[in-house]
Design a protein around this ligand. Sequence first.
Ligand code: NAP
Length: 324
Amino acid sequence: MGSEIKAGPMRVLVTGGSGLVGKAIEHVVQQECGKREGEEWIFLSSKDADLVDLGQTRAAFEKHRPTHVIHLAAKVGGLYLHMRENLHFLRDNIKINDNVLQTAHEMGVTKVVSCLSSCIFPDKTTYPIDETMIHNGPPHDSNFGYSHAKRMIDVQNRAYFQQYGRLYTAVIPTNVFGPHDNFSIENGHVLSALINKTYKAKKEGTPVNVCGSGAPRRQFIYSLDLGRLIIWVLREYEEIDPVITSVGEEDEVSIKEAVDMIAQALDFKGEIHFDTSLSDGQLKKTASNAKLRRYLPDFTFTPLKEAIKMTCDWFVANYNIART
Ligand SMILES: NC(=O)c1ccc[n+]([C@@H]2O[C@H](COP(=O)([O-])OP(=O)(O)OC[C@H]3O[C@@H](n4cnc5c(N)ncnc54)[C@H](OP(=O)(O)O)[C@@H]3O)[C@@H](O)[C@H]2O)c1
């Protein structure tokens, strides 16, 4: 085992620090007094180190000597990109995760919190899904590459604990959205792609064309809520087994309902069409947040309508710098 880190204020390295979730954590740390006295927080982007490359990963860890790591970096994308590039999602994510976890271990990092995703759960399952069911069957075909790579983080966390006593754990967010998301209509996540589509349709006076029937149901979590929860996990959560970080089952909405909230937030009054010739992906993947609730019964999630409105406002105000 590598040299152990001395006790003292945390030095937290956030991989994927320039992305949707990374920016939300940065906001909580810097704007909501999330940082404690003496702590240092470092937010990495792929420009600082390509974590697919072991040498660059080691160099980044040597440079910053973190005591704690929040591991967010991943090759991520929307449904249609996943369907086209399962091999790339599998290989890049396996490499990124192994490089980060093994380097953290070799350099004596005391805690790592990685990010899984609710879309890695078995396709054929009972609902609601919980943390014990991750490996119970094959994931949905559309994103099997990403899913298997992510599942291996959980396997690896257990192995680091079994062999070396490491406290490396993970959160399982449902669909995340918020400022700094990828709003690309082609490759973005569903909600952000729909915000961009609606914004464009309003500007051009055209209808909004939604891919699929609008029937699939999803639990959406606002990135700032997730940021707050990940910081709690880093400080307080002591299990190796992951925890689902999501709004409750009662807050699941259909894509159609989400589109209506976006239209309202952007004051879009045109027509909305649903293209049923395109794939819907998984019809639902309802996840239970009961475990999270046992730890944090009073955590308040931002109401979806309010969070969508704040995200739309951010997108309109930052259109020139937003990822589109
Ligand atoms: N968004 C969701 O709905 C969702 C849901 C569940 C789980 N998650 C998980 O949450 C984590 C964060 O996702 P996100 O939505 O914040 O993604 P994102 O906005 O696309 O950000 C991805 C981050 O990873 C970095 N990255 C990508 N490839 C890299 C590489 N080869 N080397 C180093 N850094 C690399 C990017 O750096 P650059 O900015 O330099 O490209 C960026 O900071 C991921 O692990 C994802 O799987 C996301």
